[in-house]
Write a protein that binds this ligand. Structure first.
Ligand SMILES: *[C@@H]1O[C@H](CO)[C@@H](O)[C@H](O)[C@H]1NC(C)=O
Ligand SMILES: *[C@@H]1O[C@H](CO)[C@@H](O)[C@H](O)[C@H]1NC(C)=O
Ligand SMILES: *[C@@H]1O[C@H](CO)[C@@H](O)[C@H](O)[C@H]1NC(C)=O
Ligand SMILES: *[C@@H]1O[C@H](CO)[C@@H](O)[C@H](O)[C@H]1NC(C)=O
Length: 343
């Protein structure tokens, strides 16, 4: 992971003028005429506040509806991908909640953009608390599921291992943030490189103690360079164009997607798939594009999980395609999965 502090300082005004790729029904900011959406907030068990949205069919008695908690990609916020999935599932009769994980978006936590995977997982359990709080909703406590996109795929699994109140788990374009931090994509990172990342994070702590600035790492390029990799371009097209760009209140466009350098290493201690079999017999559905650069993570989780489990390949789809391309995301299959497993 390369430090991006310099490029952040150098960033000019505005987003790129290049045309983003809106093919296959890219519609990140989709709103449904059929669905009511309301902002909510609720406490974690550690008394921090999580911000979210609740979605449900307009003008209907939803009290018998099953519920699903939806988490956004790592470095994103609920307005990116999570609201879209929550809206599409609400259209099908689910009560859904999209959340900002702690330290991101409108949720509590300092420093902003910090990494703390246990608290990310806790946010899913806190959303279950919220949905099952009978003085707030009439959701059936036995019919609550979880859905995580990208990094949240690993956070919702981490949550589900310790929280059997999550009765069914689905992931889309999952990133195991632990394996990514330890080994890079497809084992591309050496132990020496990991040690270098750890040394940088430790040095950043000294810098802070000495009164220096917070530095950020990873995330999405602020500017496309000629030698940007295909993966960098894929993320740029979503996070840095009007296709998916979103800056939450209190942040700036240059800070979005970038975790703090000193906390990113917390992922090195994050093993979401270790002990994943304990989720059984609750069903798990892993969805990935067969062209996704992240497909190894869904394959790994699927191979380690106990039954019942399913690995669903979306033909032709890449990683970011399943964030917002409504013609590629298998909403029908997700609907059937939660209807069956939360019946
Ligand atoms: C746009 O994205 C789709 C889906 O990933 C891809 O098939 C297509 O090649 C892309 N088009 C361009 C011009 O990059
Ligand atoms: C809504 O549905 C539930 C369960 O089917 C029922 O108990 C309740 O009376 C209904 N409420 C209204 C306002 O119709
Ligand atoms: C919205 O509700 C109408 C009336 O029930 C229905 O015909 C339509 O298919 C719904 N649209 C979506 C996108 O769910
Ligand atoms: C449950 O909801 C009630 C009503 O809003 C609220 O006062 C209470 O704090 C909630 N309980 C928890 C543990 O969040």
């Amino acid at each position: 992971m390369k430090t991006v502090a310099h490029s952040i300082l150098a960033l000019g005004m505005g987003m790129s003028a290049m045309a983003q790729n809106m093919s296959y029904g890219a519609d990140n900011f989709y709103r449904s005429n059929n669905v009511t959406v309301q902002p909510i907030s609720f406490p974690t068990h550690y008394q921090t506040t999580v911000a979210g949205n609740i979605f449900y069919l307009k003008g209907q008695n939803n009290s018998a509806a099953p519920a699903v908690v939806v988490g956004h990609p790592m470095g994103a916020v609920k307005e990116q991908s999570a609201n879209l999935y929550a809206t599409k599932l609400a259209e099908q009769g689910f009560i859904t909640v999209s959340i900002d994980v702690p330290f991101w978006g409108a949720s509590d936590g300092k420093p902003r953009n910090a990494v703390l995977p246990d608290l990310y997982a806790e946010a899913f359990s806190a959303a279950v608390d919220y949905l099952g709080n009978q003085s707030l909703t009439s959701v059936d406590r036995e019919r609550i599921g979880g859905l995580g996109i990208c990094g949240s795929g690993s956070f919702v699994i981490s949550a589900a291992k310790l929280d059997p109140r999550l009765k069914a788990i689905a992931t889309g374009s999952m990133y195991d943030m632990g394996t990514l931090a330890r080994h890079g994509l497809q084992n591309s990172q050496s132990v020496d490189q990991v040690k270098e990342t750890i040394a940088e994070a430790a040095q950043q702590r000294w810098t802070k103690i000495d009164g220096g600035e917070t530095q950020y790492t990873g995330g999405t390029l602020d500017h496309l360079t000629a030698n940007a990799t295909p993966v960098e371009r894929e993320f740029y097209d979503y996070y840095r164009t009007k296709r998916g760009e979103f800056t939450p209140v209190g942040s700036t466009p240059e800070l979005t997607t970038h975790p703090t350098l000193s906390t990113f290493t917390k992922f090195i201690n994050f093993y979401p798939f270790s002990g994943i079999e304990i989720v059984s017999p609750r069903p798990m559905l892993f969805i990935s594009g067969d062209q996704a650069h992240s497909r190894e993570f869904s394959e790994d989780a699927y191979s380690r999980a106990a039954e019942p489990k399913e690995l669903l390949w979306v033909p032709g789809a890449g990683h970011v395609d399943l964030y917002d391309r409504t013609e590629l995301i298998p909403f029908q299959r997700l609907t059937e999965f939660f209807q069956t497993s939360l019946a």
